[in-house]
Design a protein around this ligand. Structure first.
Ligand code: ATP
Ligand code: MG
Ligand code: MG
Ligand code: MG
Length: 472
């Protein structure tokens, strides 16, 4: 069986053999880019290369990029534990051409790696192309020999009933182009349809690799002008690929996650390894540890608030498993065991990460239990919706980020009145403004009063939403 570690190095070796320069992963916090909350794909560190303002010393590169999709435009936090394929933190394998090779080589090499080096059966693979990209269609069909019934043309989803989107753009103007994606069919025993079908969001056909062909420069009036030097940007999820190569269906069944889940089970005394909470804890420790490694600390604004939210979600899952004392920081050691070799910075900062997590665990332990009792009372008298004022009380007095309350509500078939929550929040701001300072020391926990207003966080999210769109 191929281990995740072997797959990482297979990928890099393959592209090294095709004259690619191996580049290290950039941190989760993008350098000099306030428009983007987190590095959410491999292309983030190459943005200026695509825009032409930066020239690296190579035209071909390959890397393994750590990514986070837990805030801003790309947010998979609510998928974790619900699908077989989504994480908050994941690793993206990527190969790049900066004005060098284009569609033909990119497609041929992806196919060679999957079917020859790794031996995946061709009939299990389905590909999508952008609906007008006859060039990519022709390469798949004629050159590679993929039969027409396994090539799906996908639009740019504007107004379409499907989630798929095969056109990539960095922003409203600038470099953009069509993509082609490769899906693996895990078999008819799993629910879900092929890409482009109404039930494509199931977990039968899992998207493993996205190949983006940057070939246009979109003008302010919307027209597409061909780029003088088209580029290739690809991204493949390491965990999804590992699932395929290890013959399992879900990402949480791969070697790396089995280890983390076994440790989470041990630390929370949970006998059932299939318990969803264990998967969530295993996912969240990666996101939290790497955020701290990359310089983020729990706080009430911006990136720090995203980290706090993820930690608190993990702690609530531990609480559900009956774990009332600190446990989450203990997950760092097993994480170092499975990822420390690939990420020496994780090993180096291990103790710092443990201390930061433990501090946050101790802080939240003071209010988690009481907050859960309040939640239960509110839920008992709510038919379908948790009122905004109650969500606000949980937030304000018990330190429950509203998405945590929404997550707990969802498990019980309830939702949260978000507009009501915002209104309660706004009312508090008004009161604070009238009082000439933020917050009311009598009702607000010291930790909240001491920090900036969470509106900072909303502002950041807004910025990310209005700014860059990064797909692959
Ligand atoms: P999906 O449609 O399954 O949500 P995506 O289209 O959003 O995936 P891309 O933006 O194309 O994903 O990213 C490139 C690759 O990164 C995907 O093909 C997949 O293998 C991997 N990937 C994307 N999101 C996640 C995630 N949340 N967890 C793990 N791997 C992911
Ligand atoms: Mg997605
Ligand atoms: Mg997709
Ligand atoms: Mg995709």
């Amino acid at each position: 069986m191929k281990t995740t570690t072997e797959i990482r190095s297979d990928f890099l070796e393959f592209f090294r053999g095709k004259a690619h320069t191996i580049v290290p992963s950039a941190p989760l916090v993008p350098a000099n880019d306030p428009t983007l909350l987190f590095t959410n794909s491999g292309m983030v560190q190459f943005k200026n290369v695509f825009l032409g303002s930066e020239k690296p010393g190579y035209v071909r590169a390959a890397d393994v990029q750590r990514c986070l999709r837990a805030g801003g435009k790309h947010n998979d936090l609510d998928q974790v534990g619900y699908t077989a394929r989504h994480h908050t933190f994941f690793e993206m394998l990527g190969n790049w051409s900066f004005g060098d090779y284009f569609k033909e080589d990119a497609i041929a090499w992806a196919w060679e790696l999957l079917t020859q080096v790794w031996g995946l059966p061709a009939e299990r693979l389905t590909v999508t192309v952008y609906h007008t990209d006859d060039e990519a269609y022709g390469i798949w069909n004629k050159k590679i020999g993929v039969p027409a019934e396994r090539i799906v043309r996908i639009g740019d989803n504007k107004g379409a009933p499907f989630a798929s989107d095969n056109f990539w753009q960095m922003a409203d103007t600038g470099p953009c182009g069509p993509c082609t994606e490769i899906f693996y069919d895990h078999g008819a025993h799993i629910a879900g349809g092929p890409p482009g079908s109404p039930d494509e969001d199931g977990d039968r056909y899992i998207e493993i690799w996205n190949l983006v062909f940057m070939q246009f420069d979109r003008q302010p009036d919307g027209t597409l002008v061909p780029l003088p030097a088209p580029c290739v940007d690809t991204g493949m999820g390491l965990e999804r690929l590992a699932a395929v190569l290890q013959g399992v269906h879900g990402n949480y069944e791969i070697d790396l996650f089995r280890h983390l889940i076994a440790k989470a089970a041990e630390f929370t005394s949970t006998p059932d390894l299939d318990n969803k909470s264990l998967r969530v804890i295993a996912d969240h420790i990666r996101a939290c540890a790497f955020l701290i490694v990359d310089g983020v600390l729990p706080s009430n604004e911006g990136r720090g608030y995203v980290l706090r939210r993820i930690i608190r979600r993990a702690l609530r899952h531990g609480w559900m498993l009956g774990q009332k004392g600190p446990f989450f920081h203990r997950m760092v050691a097993p994480l170092v065991e499975v990822m420390g070799d690939a990420y020496p910075e994780l090993t180096a900062k291990r103790e710092f990460v443990e201390r930061a997590l433990l501090a946050e665990e101790e802080r939240f332990a003071e209010t988690l239990d009481a907050g859960m009792r309040i939640f239960d009372e509110v839920a008992a008298r709510s038919n379908t919706t948790i009122p905004g004022v109650d969500a606000f009380r949980l937030y304000d007095t018990y330190g429950f980020p509203v998405d945590l309350t929404a997550d707990i509500a969802r498990e019980r078939g309830l939702s949260v009145d978000m507009a009501g929550f915002e209104a309660a929040m706004e009312q508090q701001r008004e009161t604070a403004r009238a009082a000439g300072k933020f917050g009311n020391a009598a009702t607000m926990p010291a930790e909240l009063a001491a920090q900036l207003s969470p509106t900072q966080f909303l502002g950041y999210d807004q910025l990310a939403d209005d700014g860059l769109e990064v797909v692959a």
